[in-house]
Design a protein around this ligand. Structure first.
Ligand SMILES: Cc1ncc(COP(=O)(O)O)c(C=O)c1O
Length: 400
């Protein structure tokens, strides 16, 4: 019998699979599901971007041909322009920018471009699963760097054993962070990261997928704002959250030429890049008014406030995030021994509210659940009522 590769077999099932199955079961039973599980924006792509796509695909049949895999010059130029305006960092569009079929694709392929079997990657944990699964898929090894509440979910670089740091090839970081919602206040942390990376010769891969989903006046920095960052790193951006274009599959990587060139080389063997009409629409998204981004942010901010205040009234204190579209909630005291997976499974089975168990983001996510604020505004009130009943009447399972 032909078996899938060992590497594939050794990967755990994707962390949301179990919750997704329960969600499907609930739909089948015609249960009314409120889906706060996956970080899949419910807000539609802004109309001016959709219109640009429709016009282009209708009126310009040349865009139906194979695209330029690394990104067409127009797309890369608009990324450089946006980056300069947003972060005051100049990028060479020819050599320091690579278009991606979403940042998830890019992160997995960066691992393939740089890791040999048994090579070691440092990965902040809890974390977005492709940061570690991308490493496993290359046969590489992962050293989880714990992101702890008492350290504001920033890794303690000093605590990484010297032997491990010397062996490591890549360090994955992500601020604003999924799932913990942690942010960095200024460039101080990134400066320490650059110093660490230079000392141990490590490639830093900073995932900035939530750079624009920030609240209360907070502005997320770019890793590349630190002098010398291009020498040690690469940064990932996504259109999925900023412009609600998750289904369009488009993102980009920026960083030093020496990192981008091998990455581009690897991808040239694998894919033809982002369809031209999508590159043009994404380019328009960056060039046109950013008012739509502000509207998205305000919507999430309102949902955030409603849920944080509502949960507090139930006696469940959840921090108010400065960024991302998530809440990272420590399990209430009475449910702590039950564990996040069992809690999430029972919550969807008994109430139809789907959330993500913290343990799905890796071992250091245990004891937490993540709620994605991605359902209709009117549904949050109902979600709170259901959670209220669950906390009141659903006795926690012991050590479940
Ligand atoms: C931290 C992080 N990085 C990357 C992604 C994937 O983004 P994209 O849609 O660009 O592949 C996500 C999606 O949720 C994410 O949370």
């Amino acid at each position: 019998m032909i078996e899938p590769s060992k590497k594939l077999q050794e990967l755990p099932p994707y962390f949301l699979s179990k919750i997704n199955l329960l969600k499907l079961e609930a739909y089948k039973k015609k249960l009314d599901v409120i889906d706060l599980g996956m970080g899949n924006p419910d807000i539609p792509t802004p109309p001016h971007i959709v219109e640009r796509l429709c016009e282009t695909i209708k009126d310009h049949p040349r865009t139906h041909r194979y695209p330029q895999a690394k990104g067409m010059p127009k797309f890369r130029a608009s990324i450089a322009e946006w980056f300069e305006k947003r972060f005051h960092v100049s990028l060479n569009p020819e050599k320091e920018i690579l278009s991606l079929i979403g940042s998830k694709e890019g992160i997995a392929h960066l691992c393939m471009a740089y890791l040999n079997p048994d090579d070691l990657a440092l990965v902040g944990n809890p974390g977005y699963p492709v940061h570690f699964n991308g490493v496993y898929l290359t046969g590489g090894k992962v050293h989880f760097v714990p992101l702890k509440k008492d350290k504001n979910y920033l890794p303690d670089l000093e605590e990484i054993p010297e032997k491990i740091a010397k062996k490591a090839k890549i360090l994955f970081l992500n601020y604003p962070n999924n799932p913990t919602t942690a942010t960095v206040d200024n460039l101080e942390f990134f400066e320490r990261v650059v110093h660490f990376a230079k000392k141990y010769e490590i490639l830093v891969a900073h995932d900035n997928a939530y750079s624009e989903i920030t609240f209360d006046g907070y502005e997320a920095p770019s890793f590349l704002q630190v002098p010398g960052a291009k020498d040690v790193g690469i940064e990932f951006f996504s259109f999925s959250k900023t412009y609600n274009m998750a289904g369009w599959r488009v993102g980009f990587a920026v960083g030093g030429e020496k990192w981008i060139a091998p990455f581009e080389k690897l991808k040239s063997f694998l894919d033809y890049g982002v369809p031209t009409f999508i590159q043009l629409a994404a380019s328009w998204a960056l060039k046109s008014s950013q008012e739509c981004v502000q509207q998205t942010v305000l919507k999430y901010q309102k949902r955030r406030d409603f849920m944080v205040q509502g949960l507090a009234k139930l006696g469940w204190d959840v921090p108010t995030p400065k960024a991302t579209m998530y809440l990272w909630a420590e399990l209430p005291e009475a449910f702590k021994t039950e564990g996040s997976l069992s809690f999430s499974e029972r919550l969807i089975k008994e109430t139809g509210v789907a959330v993500s168990p913290g343990v799905g983001f890796g071992p250091y996510g245990e004891g937490f659940i993540r709620m994605a604020l991605v359902t209709h505004d009117k549904r949050f009130h109902d979600a709170l009522l259901r959670i209220k009943n669950f906390l009141k009447i659903a006795p926690p399972k012991k050590g479940g």
